[in-house]
Write a protein that binds this ligand. Structure first.
Ligand code: GTP
Ligand code: MG
Length: 196
């Protein structure tokens, strides 16, 4: 798929103020600092489109980007960032939960996972929650440029093995690097498949 146009539409804390749910949308979620906003910039080819930071907790609202006037990419705040106050974390948690369960045009959630780590409980728990809620998702293992591909594969296998213990069918997974543009074709191809 070719991205002809990508534009920022709006930021919201409330689902009922998000754009009318008339176009399919794809939401990016994962632990703070995993690279959600960077991946949106890599996919759209616009470096400053979604705001990124080396410090976790940068994205705090539901951000809609309109792609080719035809579908949305959504950048969400991360989960699991300890330095955010308890109150803010609870507010984000509620907002994200409500969004995931009530956004009727949500075509697929991309759960971003840092490919440098062995399976982490917050990521496994988050995916369990999505599965239990019947919310469609795929996994994206980010920052693959940070280590050898064999190490990345080792960590992915460990995740899949863990998940196999509780899941009948494993979700699809992708590998990405915003730095080296790895995974761009695969991810856009996947979105294209669903949009058709
Ligand atoms: P929050 O909005 O705080 O939840 O973070 P986020 O998940 O949106 O992460 P963001 O895209 O802001 O990136 C966090 C940091 O990781 C930044 O310093 C990025 O430059 C860096 N980063 C993101 N993706 C990659 C990647 O694929 N490779 C490398 N080497 N660094 C990356
Ligand atoms: Mg972000």
């Amino acid at each position: 798929m070719i991205i002809r146009e990508a534009k920022f539409l709006m930021s919201n804390s409330r689902v009922d103020q998000c754009p009318a749910p008339t176009l399919p949308e794809y939401a990016f979620i994962g632990r703070s600092n995993v690279g959600k906003s960077s991946l949106i910039n890599m996919l759209t080819g616009q470096k400053g489109l979604a705001k990124t930071s080396s410090l976790p907790g940068k994205t705090q609202l539901i951000n809609h980007f309109l792609i080719n006037e035809n579908w949305y990419l959504v950048d969400l705040p991360g989960y699991g960032y300890a330095k955010v106050s308890k109150d803010s974390r609870a507010t984000w948690g509620k907002m994200i939960n409500f969004y995931l369960r009530n956004r009727e045009n949500l075509a697929c959630v991309f759960v971003l996972i840092d490919s440098r780590h062995a399976p982490l409980a917050p990521d496994l728990e988050f995916m369990e929650m999505l599965g239990a809620g019947g919310i469609p998702f795929v996994m994206v293992f980010t920052k693959a440029d940070k280590q050898s591909s064999s190490k990345t594969q080792q960590n992915i296998s460990a995740y899949l093995q863990k998940m196999q213990q509780t899941w009948d069918e494993l979700p699809r997974h992708f590998i990405s690097s915003a730095e080296e543009k790895t995974g761009r074709g695969e991810l856009l191809g996947f979105i294209d498949e669903i949009n058709r």
